[in-house]
Design a protein around this ligand. Structure first.
Ligand code: SAM
Length: 266
């Protein structure tokens, strides 16, 4: 009924298309702070002992301090230590083709981009929190055997990978994998880079793990509840062999579903 294609198109774009997209994002769009709370509450209910949360790529600490606050809010600060790993020198140089934007055929991040300020972050955290450690340096130097040995006492419940490059994230996984318990959540902040192509970035790592290129009996399973409409949140699964979380109270499942009525309602 509207006059002319221009008015019809404008009506469609602003009265139909945009609201449809907005509603979709508002109701089912991924927001990267949600799963922090889900994971912490899950650990507090299901498992015994102490835990760690590891962030690789911290920059100014935007997500790091939000994670720290979540441990405090959930009253888990005495059981969870949050570890930040970053050189604070910004992005290193791209190492290989898998670190490049394959749409524009160019380098996405320039060397030194996301330069952080270690002293400022340390001072800020020191005033507000106690359950954290900041590991300054390149991952190859800071993810040491000594540090990894500590994962036995406080296994990771959330590994937050936000170092953008395939090469950086690969160093992280290569060292961590033997110490990750089955069921641990791994979050890839930049999974959708290059539209999630299996040739580049963090998506390449997910592909390689699931092809068995790291270890034969491990996989990364997309957690669809935690990921919402993204492909960013995975469960690390190991077919056999530890480490394992210590279950808080053994669940005694009632296998039978008791009959109620014959309608689709419960
Ligand atoms: C996108 S920023 C992190 C953003 C941060 N998580 C936030 O929420 O604001 C990426 C960071 O990864 C760090 N990084 C990348 N590769 C690294 C490596 N091999 N070793 C140490 N730090 C690295 C960079 O210094 C940079 O601060």
């Amino acid at each position: 009924m509207l006059p002319g294609d221009f008015v019809r198109t404008t009506f469609y774009l602003y009265a139909i298309s945009k609201p449809r997209k907005w509603i979709r994002t508002a109701t089912s769009g991924f927001y990267r702070m949600d799963h922090i709370y889900d994971v912490i509450y899950e650990a507090s209910k299901k498992y015994r002992g102490n835990f760690s949360i590891l962030e690789f790529g911290t920059n100014e600490g935007y997500s790091f301090t939000k994670i720290l606050y979540a441990t405090k809010y959930a009253k888990m600060a005495d059981r969870i230590t949050v570890h930040a790993f970053d050189s604070f020198e910004g992005m290193p140089a791209a190492v290989e083709r898998s670190d490049t934007n394959i749409i524009t055929n160019s380098v996405e991040w320039i060397e030194g981009q996301f330069h952080g300020n270690y002293e400022e972050l340390a001072e800020y955290c020191g005033k507000k929190y106690r359950n954290y450690e900041i590991h300054k340096g390149f991952f190859e130097d800071t993810i040491t055997e000594k540090f990894l040995g500590r994962m036995t006492e406080s296994p990771p419940i959330l590994i937050w990978i936000d170092c953008d490059y395939y090469s950086s994230a690969k160093t992280v996984l290569e060292r961590l994998i033997p110490h990750i318990p089955s069921g641990c959540v791994i979050y890839f902040d930049e999974y959708e880079w290059n539209y999630g192509s299996r040739f580049t970035g963090e998506a390449r790592l997910v592909h390689e793990v699931n092809m068995g290129l790291f270890e034969r009996n491990i996989e990364l399973v997309l957690d669809t509840k935690l990921s919402w409409d993204s492909k960013r949140v995975y469960r690390f699964m190991r077919f056999e062999g530890g480490p394992y979380y210590e279950i808080a109270a053994p669940a005694i499942p009632d296998p039978s579903l008791h009959r109620t009525n014959d309608s689709p309602l419960p």
